[in-house]
Design a protein around this ligand. Structure first.
Ligand SMILES: NC(=O)c1ccc[n+]([C@@H]2O[C@H](COP(=O)([O-])OP(=O)(O)OC[C@H]3O[C@@H](n4cnc5c(N)ncnc54)[C@H](OP(=O)(O)O)[C@@H]3O)[C@@H](O)[C@H]2O)c1
Length: 270
């Protein structure tokens, strides 16, 4: 906590889910750009470690906030802080987690928390970020979706459902702010080796063992592609890094492949 940012003219970037994975990499990239940082996650020790590294290496100011974004009061505290970051340049909504159970044998509270973190927190923090960004007519909002948002039938009903929400929500947001100087991106990566696949909710999924090596992408490459794409003059809102996952995304949404999708999802209704 301690260090306060946003009280001078320096650019600020905010990242949720900054304690590991994509979020921590975005934070490092923004620090390299010389931005002060506002970092959010539940593991305060991890945030403190990252903040110390970035202060020392890049001389930037870093404010951290411990918050569980599935809890409305903690989410509200984060929102209120982001609304006040008048020089907010980038906001990244990276907080998220996977699930590994088939309906109806799910932990329904966990699935509800997933909707709170992926959908409600992304929606509320997007709005909080857009307030200073649209006032300044400048800023970039990156919401982490997934290539899974284009798919169905992978034993992850809420994961695919919430990621599809992030994709569509972000596209519509971009339409709403198109004349207000703000760029929106929905990043849709495929499999990436981060702590995501080692978490409590994904243990026993066997994904790390089962998934073919060429299907894994590097987390650094994914983040760098995202940052390159959001700054291109001509771009799409959805950013799907790597050709292979572009094909997956296309296959998941092309109407002509509907019969194949039915087969893959076991969707033959008897
Ligand atoms: N890795 C992949 O294969 C992959 C592929 C496509 C999309 N994604 C998406 O990418 C995003 C980032 O995941 P990652 O791969 O970077 O995994 P990760 O290393 O596990 O990072 C997830 C981050 O989210 C935070 N988080 C989780 N639940 C939270 C909560 N209730 N409140 C606040 N923060 C919370 C975690 O921090 P704390 O635990 O400290 O709270 C952590 O910083 C997720 O939305 C994920 O769905 C991942």
């Amino acid at each position: 906590m301690a260090e306060q940012i946003g009280e001078n003219d320096r650019l600020v970037s905010a990242v949720s889910g900054a304690s590991s994975g994509f979020g921590a990499i975005y934070a490092r990239r923004f620090a390299e750009m010389g931005h002060d940082l506002f970092l959010v996650a539940r593991r305060q020790d991890r945030l403190d470690e990252l903040a110390a590294e970035l202060r020392e290496k890049y001389g930037v100011r870093v404010e951290t906030m411990r918050a569980d974004l599935s809890k409305p009061d903690e989410l509200l505290a984060v929102e209120k802080r982001i609304e006040l970051l008048k020089n907010l340049e980038y906001m990244v909504n990276s907080a998220g987690f996977g699930g590994n159970r088939q309906f109806p044998d799910v932990d329904i509270d966990l699935e509800t928390r997933m909707i709170q973190v992926h959908c409600i927190a992304t929606m509320r923090l997007s709005r909080a970020a857009l307030l200073p960004m649209t006032a300044r007519r400048r800023g970039r909002l990156i919401n982490i979706a997934s290539a899974a948002g284009y798919l169905a039938g992978w034993g992850a009903a809420d994961y695919t459902g919430t990621k599809a929400y992030i994709l569509t929500f972000s596209r519509s947001l971009q339409a709403d702010v198109r004349n207000k100087g703000v760029r929106v991106q929905a990043l849709a990566p495929g499999f990436v080796k981060t702590e995501f696949h080692d978490s409590e909710t994904m243990k026993n999924s066997g994904v790390k063992e089962k998934i073919w090596r060429p299907l894994w992408c590097s987390a650094e490459k994914v983040v760098d592609t995202s940052l390159r794409q959001i700054n291109r003059p001509i771009r799409t809102v959805a950013c799907v890094p790597t050709l292979l996952y572009k094909l997956v995304a296309w296959g998941g949404s092309a109407w002509c492949l509907a019969p194949l999708r039915v087969l893959f999802s076991g969707g033959r209704v008897r």
